[in-house]
Design a protein. Structure first.
Length: 327
């Protein structure tokens, strides 16, 4: 399937992937952008988006052909009551490896600064790579539209996604209580928050086997240090001021006791999320003797996705190898 020479718009307009296409980058209408009419090859050559987009589309299209791959998180009645949950969903991308049935599944959580969800780069292509490595993957599209306590609502989205998977564990060929979380940037923060008392313990759900935060936000104190203290933004995310949030589980490095083994991936030249966020998390995990691994690429910035064409290429394989080495 020659996808490199197809335009982004033609692929996202394919009716087979209609349940996923509007969330290619949630809350961003790509049809109004110049990139809509560019081919995937042009997008790669012009470095518009990171990652192997053709790989992601190929995997998405093949999953769509099965007819059993897209699941809304909330019912029509729930969406009518709260429009912010409309469009949130779970995309199921199973591996062809028969051994995947016995391994933990991966819950994949793209980033987007809590205003978007970048499935296009940090969802579909990454899932395809983990599939090739022998892991079933579910991609979570979570809420980004909320006026208050968005992160608390995101934890509800996590819980609903896992309930959907657990309720269909036999049909999905997964072990209901065995899973890994992997998140990017803002999604990296969310997969970390899931490992505090606000996450899986609060929702009566099992602890993950591992977590892979990729260029994650983790420290609210770092935000304060850089002067990022917009009161409206803090209220939207935490339901309180940033200073008050630092005294709670929202400041991840201060609340790591419930974490599973953790592998962190980032670059030293990240221009958007200071690498100190990852270093603080790593040090906190080491202090309480939770198995942890951190890989810092010497070059490259934020949002490298699968790392194609730079030093972080293949990080998905290294994450899996590290996890399997724990056993």
């Amino acid at each position: 399937m020659d996808l490199e020479n197809r335009t982004l718009g033609s692929l996202l307009s394919d009716p087979r992937i209609a349940p996923a296409a509007p969330n290619a980058i949630r809350a961003w209408d790509l049809s109004k952008e110049d990139v809509w009419n560019k081919t995937l090859r042009q997008i790669k050559e012009e470095h518009i988006f990171a990652g192997d987009l053709a790989l992601g589309f190929d995997r998405l299209l093949s999953a769509a052909d099965t007819g059993d791959w897209a699941y809304p998180l909330y019912t029509p009645a729930e969406c009518a009551e709260d429009p912010a949950v409309d469009g949130t969903n779970l995309i199921r991308l199973p591996s062809d490896d028969p051994a995947a049935d016995g391994r933990p599944f991966i819950l994949l959580v793209p980033g987007g600064g809590f205003v978007n969800v970048w499935n296009l780069t940090e969802g579909w292509p990454i899932a395809a790579q983990f599939n090739r490595l022998g892991y079933h993957v579910f991609i979570l599209t979570y809420r980004v539209d909320a006026k208050e306590k968005l992160l608390e609502k995101n934890m509800q989205d996590f819980a609903r996604a896992l309930e959907i998977i657990r309720n269909s564990a036999d049909r999905f060929r997964v072990r209901a209580d065995k899973y890994i979380t992997c998140g990017f940037s803002a999604g990296g923060y969310l997969v970390c928050l899931w490992n505090t008392s606000m996450g899986y313990p609060a929702h009566g759900l099992p602890k993950p086997q591992a977590v892979f935060p990729v260029y994650p936000v983790t420290s609210l104190k770092e935000q304060i240090r850089y002067g990022d203290t917009d009161p409206a933004w803090s209220l939207r995310l935490y339901g309180c001021s940033l200073a008050e949030a630092t005294q709670t589980e929202y400041d991840i490095p201060e609340h790591v006791e419930l974490f599973p083994p953790c592998a962190i991936f980032l670059t030293a030249q990240d221009e958007l999320v200071d690498p100190e966020n990852s270093k603080l998390l790593y040090a906190a995990l080491q202090k309480v003797r939770i198995p942890c691994h951190m890989e810092i690429g010497p070059t490259g910035g934020h949002g490298f996705a699968d790392g194609e064409g730079m030093c972080m290429a293949g990080w998905t394989g290294r994450a899996v190898k590290w996890f399997e080495g724990l056993e």
